[in-house]
Design a protein. Structure first.
Length: 115
């Protein structure tokens, strides 16, 4: 997938670095419960679990330090993990097609391009 994307101009996710030494595992922890009150109770455990997995991956030398935007939680900024070249590209596209920064300022949800 990455080599095909590279042959067609690349990808904005910075995947070339992620799979440079072979396949990588992308994982998602999704925990939902029946009420907002219970969600508030379980969220700290979910974050603790996620952080423990990342810490272990770092300890054994397999953490790619890359976050898939669709799997990211609000306390993460996945766009920063795509590399400087991708970030520069996203900023240039945003400046060209959204010079008024409508998608950066008027949309309150989702991840924004870091300034």
């Amino acid at each position: 997938m990455v080599s095909i994307a590279a042959a067609n101009g690349g990808n904005v996710l910075g995947l070339e670095r992620v799979v440079a030494d072979g396949p990588a595992l992308n994982w998602l922890v999704a925990v939902t419960v029946d009420t907002e009150e219970n969600q508030a109770k379980i969220n700290p455990l979910t974050l603790e679990y996620r952080d423990a997995i990342n810490q272990y991956a770092t300890e054994i030398g397999v953490n790619k330090n890359w976050i898939y935007l669709n799997y990211a939680l609000g306390d993460q900024n996945p766009i920063l993990h795509y590399g400087q070249e991708s970030l520069d590209f996203l900023r240039a596209v945003s400046a060209k097609y959204d010079p008024g920064s409508v998608f950066q300022t008027q949309r309150h949800s989702g991840f924004k391009i870091p300034i």
